[in-house]
Design a protein around this ligand. Sequence first.
Ligand code: UGA
Length: 443
Amino acid sequence: MRITIFGTGYVGLVTGTCLADAGHEVMCMDVDQDKINGLKNGVVPIYEPGLEALIKQNVADQRLLFTTDPVEAVNFGTLQFIAVGTPPDEDGSADLRYVLNVADTIATHMQAYKLVIDKSTVPVGTADRVSGTIARRLRQRDVDIPFDVCSNPEFLKEGSAVEDFSQGARIVVGCDSPRVEPLMRECYAPYNRRQEKLMFMDIRSAELTKYAANAMLATKISFMNEISNLAERLGADIENVRRGIGSDPRIGYSFIYPGCGYGGSCFPKDVQALARTASDVGYEAELLDAVESVNNRQKTHLFTKLSQALDGELQGKTIAIWGLAFKPNTDDMREAPSRKLMEAVWAAGGKVRAHDPEAMDECRRIYGERDDLALTKRRDDTLEGADALVICTEWKAFRTVDFRRLRERLTTPVIIDGRNLFDPESVRAAGLLYFAVGRADSL
Ligand code: UGA
């Protein structure tokens, strides 16, 4: 099958590469010439495990093509995936400018039937707007070319996107035309062999499914963060509580890890956008608003603990930070708790020495060169002259620590652990003060 993908961001690139790897001929289109030139030569703009090798192999096999030419892109595939960004507007709603531009581009150049697939996370009702945009342009061109629009939301997680694409639990397709199902079945056939994963439904339900899934997961996290704040005040240990409730299959163990707040490009944006959609239709989504405000508060939690541990005196202090990415196995720092922490430390007159296995270039890109930020190649070099260590991301490489050596290197023996990586007893046995999430502090 010939497939075109608009947008070589994280979603578009993973989708295009995995579909090419499944044997389809895929052309990825982006307006960014440098990015496309890079991709043609195997330079991958994001860090995603397994992706670079797959891109190189499928480019070499000529199943994966890249272009900046919209005419070539539109005329390539019968299937046209829209996977461009939907950044939040100031009011929290998704900005559909890029999505609708692509729809218009498709309608401007199409010469034969196209199935246009909304892959980006878009508010309920967007497929209708995409259809309207295409129909308008075709009328203007005075041509009568058939097309369909369907919704096919993605459920990939950063850091395991390639694996999620091939082993995902479901493939949701929202459509309103009998032409769509056979085409989508053919597209996903390589990933639908062992069990039936394709779920066909009406378009609006598919669009809402995506938001409901992310909002549900975000709710689980905010709920656990709320209970962990209670546990701290009640002298309970959230890690015991987590195990206790997770063992009930109705609750389950996944996505109930407390921490320093969820980040990334999806949960914060999608929870806000869904709340905004609700208010647009006259419904106050009280739970969604609470999920967001609990999360915003949780992101300030590390700094509050740090201030308490250092008696409110951050001026001139150096804070070591392990982990800048919003979660492990990615270099993405969008909405990362580390950013709230660093910015608060700087505002209080402190300095930061940070390390992350993948996100240090991204950190430099965001904050530039500054006197109060040192990024160290080695994890333990952050500890040099540091008054406290704060852990923001649970990278595997942070889990094994010689606490006695760490104690010797820190000026003040304080660890703030935003991910509950360690057994409090072992940390304290080395003479360190240990502050974690939802567990009794060593104050
Ligand atoms: C999320 C969803 O998990 C994907 O299913 C979805 O496709 C994607 O958004 C999207 O809409 O594109 P992602 O943002 O990559 O994926 O990251 P997650 O692994 O879901 O983690 C999100 C945040 O929640 C991270 O900051 C993580 O640290 C936090 N988290 C996760 C917790 O604090 N506790 C948990 O138990 C789990």
